[in-house]
Write a protein that binds this ligand. Sequence first.
Ligand code: ATP
Length: 236
Amino acid sequence: MSQPLLEIDSLEAGYGLAPVLHNVMLSVGVGEAIALLGANGAGKTTLMRSIMGLGPRVSGSILLDGQPIDHLKSEARVRRGLGYAPEGRRVFPGLTVVENIEVASNESKAMRKIRTARMFDLFPQLVPKRDTPAWQLSGGQQQMLAIARALMTAPRLLLLDEPSLGLSPLLASQVISNIRNIVAEGTSVLLAEQNVAKALEVCDRAYILRLGEMVVSGTSKSLRESSAVRDAFLGA
Ligand code: ATP
């Protein structure tokens, strides 16, 4: 693989004195969708927040395009090309769908219009809801809106934290299926998920976190076929 977009090595992270992540390594290449799998509390959110510079105390190496970013504030990491859709569908409930999308942009009015139109191409389910207040959307539509908001800064790497949380299997599947289109538009994706089967279906490779340590990594195909992974995560 050529130089990875994101490369993490020997990462330790925690809150206060409590360690959460230990000796974590992970890489995401340009044009890849990578699944970050693990049970509740395994440390997926802590890893994403460490990459974004949002809270955890971190040591070790986080490189974006081969350059260290761990000394940068979160906004500077966004300017370097990171986007983050945190767990829990963060949208402004009182704003309409189009307003939610537009306010997430940091660009000129003309560019904002172009990117807004791209978001409606990417999430056609939102087109009929364009002028609907976000609080009236279904959970799946709110999740798509949250992802569209995170994409408005045109990130080269989108961190997506458990987009299927609280959704029906059908809606979860629809939301996760959008990931291939996001990658096709030029944004690599790191997807934290508990919906293992679906994540392995759309992602190229996957890492499995267990109690803060990376225990397995490999291509999605090899992990789907691995009996250890199947037994532990796919309920087989
Ligand atoms: P979930 O699917 O529940 O979000 P996760 O894999 O994302 O799980 P994390 O949320 O990263 O896991 O949590 C990992 C560990 O870190 C847990 O033991 C959790 O209690 C702890 N933790 C998370 N946030 C904090 C915090 N702000 N302060 C202290 N400990 C925290």
